[in-house]
Write a protein that binds this ligand. Structure first.
Ligand code: AGP
Length: 612
């Protein structure tokens, strides 16, 4: 979703801002802009609908933007269509205050009316212009910048990460946050703000995370952070381990394919620190056996792909722990009056750790007294910091909007947690435990084997990329995986696609089966394999084509019946999904490639969804 970069330093701001914005492109946006303040206090703004490249052209074509202090923004439209006027930065009427903003100001209409009654004229339809105008109103009235900042923050309701320039203070920028991520980067050539660490990696690895209601005043050699009561806060500095190359394409044509190929490594990095002498450790949980023994129910919460991991987790945890487990969409959990209390374990899954729905669900779970555990990829993100316990996926930066390696590492952790808890409950035999660990150790190599079969998947994708409709079917864990296979396909190729529990097909959806429809049957769960096969035949009998994803040992049986078989090695039941997902990711990727889609930045989508 929207991205923020800000710089206050020695060198010209424009190149730093544009480079930062390019690094934020992956988050999804539809317009972009920068504002730079010159030494004599003139703030110049350039903004444009469309890609950063087009903003760069505009900047190069027009009068220069001198200055070493500036803010930049990529906007994903919420209030007002994507156009040049609604793009950020937004300015107050006199041009003294200029603002970039992520989040939503819920009471913007009321404030706008308040200001309009006092003669303020608005140019855009955005909630952000209201912030700039309101702050200017307070600044002109009070004459003190920090008073104006705090009065404005007191008045607005909603979520915000803000970067603010004031023409009377050409050497500084101000940042503030509530319920939207914002971090400060401490560099040798100056200081930075950013909504996302990837925008800072080429300048600094030393960062601090702004907390809700904190305000930072940033100059080229100083950062001062204040809390809501205007007291100075001593910020803890963190070193970011991710390196720059991890956030670059490294010779691949898309981040998505690079990230798919990185999965064996991501899985290795996620499992090795938690595996010693054949035993699984989750030191993050404090090694407290009571953690799971006192648990009467489990909720696994997330959005999109993270929710799909939750569905896998529901099957795994419930079956092996014999504790009722439910996967719940974060956006529904919060409003469903869930039965959650101190003996409930709520697991929140999120790559970004900033998804607003997931964050709100986490807070709701905490409010009801649940024990909360976050599985998160981005270190220091809001969800990671607010949950009682956090387990990090070590997938590294994920840039493509469509998640792949983060999803895989989440799957792995849910599977490892299942075995870890099962052991703590005394429900696993030593033989079962060892068998699982053996397969865990073999997983990265088996993933390499699946990736080596890319040619077959490419061929299948080029056969079907022109279709308008596809269905993913499976039972049990294969069904849970189909949800993700279907989402991957539709988000990047724009082909209509749905996922069904195979047995459900005949209760309505079978009416859509006809020539020109593809059914992707996932048939790897031994206990229900024959049943999935029958459901697939029901579809092909009505003219649909079928592609089957199955294990090597069953591939031969299917080859006689269907046009294409994608096979994967067999592994432990609790790890099979990790192998199965790879062909589905590759299939989606090559279908989208054949269709000429913008794979890393699919239309209308954002990497991190920070609005409700
Ligand atoms: C996945 O490919 C999607 N882009 C999306 O569904 C994503 O998984 C969802 O928005 C949740 O994001 P999070 O993991 O950062 O919370």
């Amino acid at each position: 979703m929207c991205g923020i970069i800000g710089f206050c330093g020695e060198e010209e701001a424009v190149p730093v801002l544009l480079e930062g914005l390019e690094k934020l492109e992956y988050r999804g946006y539809d317009s972009a802009g920068v504002a730079v303040i010159s030494g004599d206090g003139v703030i110049r703004i350039r903004k444009r609908k469309g890609r950063i490249a087009s903003l760069r052209e505009k900047i190069e074509a027009e009068e220069p933007l001198p200055g070493t202090v500036g803010i930049g923004h990529t906007r994903w439209a919420t209030h007002g269509e994507p156009n040049d006027v609604n793009a950020h930065p937004q300015a107050g009427m006199s041009g003294r205050i200029v603002v970039v903003h992520n989040g939503i100001i819920e009471n913007y209409r009321e404030i706008r009316q308040f200001l309009e009654r006092r003669g303020y004229k608005f140019l855009s339809e955005t909630d952000t212009e209201v912030v700039a105008q309101l702050m200017e109103y307070y600044y002109l009235g009070k004459g003190d910048l920090m008073d104006a900042v705090y009065s404005m923050l007191d008045r607005i309701k909603g979520s915000y990460a803000l970067g603010i320039l004031c023409s009377d203070y050409p050497g500084q920028l101000i940042a503030a946050r509530k319920d939207a991520p914002l971090l400060i980067g401490y560099g040798e050539d100056g200081n930075y703000i950013a909504s996302d660490v990837t925008a800072l990696l080429s300048h600094t690895r030393t960062v601090s995370y702004l907390e809700d209601e904190e305000v930072a005043v940033i100059t080229k050699d100083q950062v001062t952070v204040y809390d809501a009561g205007r007291l100075v806060v001593d910020k803890e500095l963190h070193t970011v381990e991710w390196d720059v190359s991890a956030a670059e394409k490294g010779g691949y044509s898309h981040f998505m394919i690079k990230e798919i190929m990185e999965q064996p490594e991501a899985v290795r990095k996620t499992l090795s620190p938690r595996l010693r002498d054949g035993r699984i450790f989750f030191e993050e949980l404090g090694e407290d056996p009571a953690f799971i023994r006192n648990c009467s129910s489990i909720y696994i919460i997330g959005c999109g792909s993270a929710y799909h991991v939750g569905v896998v987790g529901k099957y795994m945890l419930e079956k092996h722990l014999r504790i009722p487990a439910e996967a719940c969409l974060a956006s529904e959990f919060r409003y469903s009056d869930p039965i959650v209390g101190p003996d409930t374990l709520v697991i929140v899954i999120s790559q970004s750790g900033e998804t607003l729905d997931s964050m709100a669900a986490l807070r709701e779970a905490k409010r009801r007294g649940a024990r909360t555990l976050a599985i998160v990829n981005v270190i220091g993100s809001s969800i990671a910091r607010e949950a009682d316990y956090v387990i990090y996926t070590w997938a590294g930066p994920e840039i493509a909007v469509a998640t792949t390696k983060a999803y895989s590492t989440q799957l792995l952790l849910i599977s490892m947690l299942t075995v870890y808890f099962k052991d703590q409950l005394g429900k696993i035999t030593p033989e079962e435990y060892d068998e699982y660990v053996d397969e865990l150790l073999a997983l990265p190599d088996k993933l390499d084997q699946v990736l080596a079969r890319v040619g077959n998947i490419q061929k299948t994708a080029s056969k079907y990329f022109n279709l308008d409709s596809m269905f993913f079917i499976g039972r049990n864990l294969d069904y849970a995986l189909g949800l993700e296979g279907s989402l991957k396909l539709k988000e990047i190729s724009y082909i209509h696609s749905e996922s069904y529990a195979a047995g459900e097909l005949k209760h309505g959806t079978i009416s859509l089966m006809e020539p020109g429809v593809l059914v992707v049957a996932i048939a790897t769960c031994e206990s229900v394999l024959d049943k999935t096969f029958s459901n697939m035949v029901e579809a092909t009998s009505r003219g649909a084509d079928a592609v089957v994803l199955t294990t090597e040992e069953h591939a031969g049986n299917f080859e006689k019946t269907v046009k294409a078989v994608l096979s994967v090695p067999s592994t432990h039941d609790l790890l099979q999904a990790n192998l199965n997902i790879v062909p589905l990711q590759l299939f989606a990727y090559y279908v989208a490639l054949n269709r000429g889609c913008d794979i890393d930045k699919p239309r209308n989508l954002a990497k991190s969804v920070t609005v409700e």
